[in-house]
Design a binder for this molecule. Structure first.
Ligand code: ADP
Ligand code: ZN
Ligand code: ZN
Length: 741
């Protein structure tokens, strides 16, 4: 569009020129200015609104950061806004500030940060109110739970009795078909409605019956409820100590004040069991879920509900930290130590760390809960930055689990289990109890080997072996996804003597089936639960006592409540004891404690067996004799002595390319000849997996004595990288506060 002519200008009152500074999803650390030529449009434009603008011969969606009356761009270079997409800002100033902080802290381009944090529909320029969600709930007639001939309908009815009003899509995600849903509706046992009442805030909040808190819980609850303004709490409570009960009773106060709450949970913690517990407690309160399996429309709708205040509680995984709220009253991060809160690609943010910024922005309490707090979090609690609240007793069991280290040096293992472990299993199964066998490796075996020449089934593209999956008859690389048929003959010597080496859950299940032929076994890992709804089905079967031996990877380790598990056996403890990642022992201790926490959830204490070649290892000894709490405080001392995080701050520059020499040249080039105060550089060193999908991967560790120094150095580094001649040939990324090295 052309500029208004001189004649027009004399007729109109003098108009100030209007420009907008916008963010665009491009990998550049800058914003862009555009002209708004139509004065009517200019009058209504506000930060937080989307506009369509021309960019590099395309039309793209941009977000307005600010209005201004001048630009530094030369007049002939300024392009005009094509269209205004919103009639009001889609994010408010506080939210924009959060996104700006995120971009700055993680040194990630602002435009990419903003558009990563927005639902896809909004990224594409869709109307903010384009969709609605259908809800289903039982009618009066349905609540009487009449007996139906159709099994699926019956089971949907009992699901709805448990969960109350739920989005239809959530019900479908559990494996119920449209036909089943329609059948219940046509029988007038269930009804579909479009929207939650947004009046939950005006009504009295209905609360189902709840247990009386024990003293420790009550202390924690009142500390949180009586806090004012921004206060952070670490709720350190052993598994089963009633942390969730504390959350529920704190949430009750929050929603009774008409405020909303955000509950962040790890990816695999978002089970129907967890969600039902919240919905059962607050039957009429709108509670919505946020996770990666939502469709784009569901995402937009949930986002919008939350923004308008129609939703009281959001339970979500990592990216829920970017949801907008009308009046946020509390943030809870459950299992705050969980690695899934850290995004591992593109915008590498940590939702737990951002939650502290958000809570501060809104001046509200932040509750971080865990049985095994991250050392960073514990450090802040010990320093007094976070209030430490402890739950030391399990809510329903009087005494602690009994731990035992099983020395497997030189022992004959049957189905991966030592003689002693098998004897324990026999005993517990004989008492009609459930036994859980934990192995953090899926597939049949981690490798195939040629018995004649020692050939191994290495992935041709990665520096790791391809896992043998027997039921699929496939070799699968768990790092690049490459699949091949297992060879009938050794590719090197032609021998047919090719055998699996090492144990995965698939083989473990097979071996246990022949060991205990009369006992139902359930395997839970990513392979066995690929089908929609199958995890829920399997968990339900376990809880009904349908399976007595549970085999699984860490999918089985977290969050689930299995009442009848009296024995947990952890097969492969040793891998985590000898790793070059300084966090490996912390992660091992967390995993072992979490897995062990599945035992003895109600009634009597359980038994936990750790099979190891190193029973005298100090970490295992400390963990078994003194528990995670003791281990963690000791580990912190070690970190202090070695000046590792949280006593220093880290960033990691990763680089990869097909050509190893380019990667090395690129990284070596960045190491300045002179020393920089307060900054230590280590590398280039190979990444834990040196080669993935054919690319060589190296990294540079950047350690800063304080955050300020680290961030200043990283900012300089990014400037320098942007203009480096190899930056186009080498893929690189920067990870602030990395959690796996
Ligand atoms: P966590 O979240 O720490 O693992 P939960 O809140 O799930 O613990 O509590 C473990 C079990 O104890 C649950 O079945 C819960 O209903 C029960 N429970 C929690 N607090 C109490 C209490 N004060 N009285 C009785 N039962 C409780
Ligand atoms: Zn061979
Ligand atoms: Zn591979």
């Amino acid at each position: 569009s052309s500029l208004p002519s001189a004649q027009q200008n004399t007729l109109l009152p003098t108009q100030e020129e209007c420009y907008v500074e916008v963010a665009i999803k491009v990998p550049l650390h800058r914003s862009f200015d555009y002209l708004v030529s139509d004065p009517k449009l200019a009058a209504n434009l506000e930060p937080g609104m989307r506009v369509a603008v021309p960019f590099a011969n395309r039309q793209v969606t941009a977000l307005v950061l600010a209005r201004k009356t001048s630009t530094e761009l030369p007049k002939d270079k300024v392009k005009a806004v094509l269209k205004v997409l919103d009639s009001a800002p889609i994010i408010d100033a506080t939210h924009l500030q959060l996104l700006k902080f995120t971009a700055r802290y993680y040194h990630y381009p602002l435009g990419e940060t903003i558009f990563t944090a927005l639902p896809k529909a909004l990224r594409q320029g869709d109307d903010i109110d384009k969709t609605s969600i259908n809800y289903i709930q039982l009618t009066e007639k349905g609540r009487a739970l009449p007996t139906l001939r159709a099994k699926k309908q019956q089971s949907l009815m009992s699901q709805l009795a448990q969960s109350g009003k739920s989005p239809v899509t959530e019900v479908k995600a559990l494996g119920f078909t449209k036909a089943t849903i329609d059948a219940l509706v046509s029988k007038e046992l269930a009804e579909i409605s479009i929207e939650f009442s947004s009046h939950w805030r005006d009504n009295d909040i209905k609360v189902a019956s709840k247990p009386r808190l024990n003293t420790e819980q009550a202390v924690a609850c009142s500390a949180i409820n009586q806090s004012s303004g921004f206060t952070s709490f670490l709720l350190e409570g052993v598994t089963g100590s009633g942390k969730t009960e504390v959350y529920l009773q704190c949430l009750e106060e929050v929603i009774k004040q008409g405020k909303q709450a955000l509950v962040l949970v790890p990816e695999i913690g978002l089970t129907p069991q967890t969600v039902n517990r919240f919905r059962r407690r607050f039957p009429d309160t709108p509670i919505m879920l946020w996770h990666s399996a939502l469709t784009d429309n569901e995402r937009l709708q949930t986002w919008r509900f939350c923004q308008k205040g129609s939703c009281a509680i959001v339970i979500g995984t990592r990216s829920a930290i970017f949801m907008p709220f009308l009046s946020l009253g509390m943030i809870i991060v459950d299992e705050e130590h969980d690695a899934s809160f850290k995004q591992q690609d593109s915008l590498r943010y940590h939702a737990r760390d951002l939650s502290a910024y958000r809570a501060q922005q809104h001046n509200i309490p932040l509750v971080l809960g865990s049985a095994t707090p991250a050392l960073e979090t514990l450090h802040r609690a010990i320093e007094g930055k976070y209030h430490l609240l402890s739950l030391t007793q399990r809510a329903q069991t009087s005494s602690d689990n009994h731990f035992e280290l099983i020395d497997i040096k030189g022992q004959y293992l049957q189905a991966g289990l030592s003689h002693a472990s098998l004897a324990y299993m026999q005993k517990e199964l004989g008492r009609q109890k459930q036994v859980m066998v934990f192995l953090n490796r899926r597939g049949f075996s981690p490798s195939l080997i040629c018995h004649e020449c020692g050939w191994l089934s290495d992935c041709p593209r990665c520096s790791t072996s391809a896992t043998y999956h027997k039921s699929m008859r496939r070799l699968v690389c768990h790092h690049c996804g490459e699949q091949t048929a297992p060879p009938m003959q050794c590719p090197d010597c032609g021998s047919t003597q090719i055998h699996p080496v090492g144990l995965g859950t698939e083989q473990l299940e097979e071996a246990l089936t022949s060991q205990f032929p009369n006992i139902a076994i359930s395997r839970i890992d990513r392979d066995s639960t690929r089908k929609k709804g199958s995890l829920e089905e399997e968990l339900e079967r376990i809880n009904q006592g349908g399976a007595r031996i549970l085999v699984g990877t860490q999918m089985l380790a977290k969050g689930h409540h299995f009442a009848d598990v009296s024995l947990v056996i952890i097969l492969d403890v040793d891998a985590g004891l000898h790793s070059c990642d300084f966090r490996a022992t912390e992660h091992l201790a967390q995993l072992l404690t979490q897995v062990a926490g599945r035992a003895g959830r109600s009634g009597e204490p359980g038994t936990v067996l750790l099979q190891t070649h190193f029973p005298e290892h100090p970490l295992l000894q400390d963990l078994v004799n003194n528990g995670y709490q003791h281990f963690a405080r000791y580990a912190l001392q070690e970190r202090q002595e070695t000046e590792l995080p949280p006593y220093s701050h880290l960033a990691l520059l990763r680089a990869e390319a097909h050509d190893l020499s380019l990667v090395l040249r690129f990284l070596t080039d960045l190491v300045p000849a002179t020393r920089i105060p307060k900054i230590q550089l280590l590398g280039p060193i190979p990444a834990p997996l040196e080669r993935v999908a054919g690319k060589f991967r190296y990294q540079l560790h950047i350690q800063g004595a304080d955050r300020g120094a680290l961030h200043a150095f990283v900012a300089q580094l990014i400037d320098y990288l942007g203009s480096h001649k190899l930056a186009q040939k080498v893929r690189w990324n920067l990870d602030i506060d990395p959690i796996d090295m």
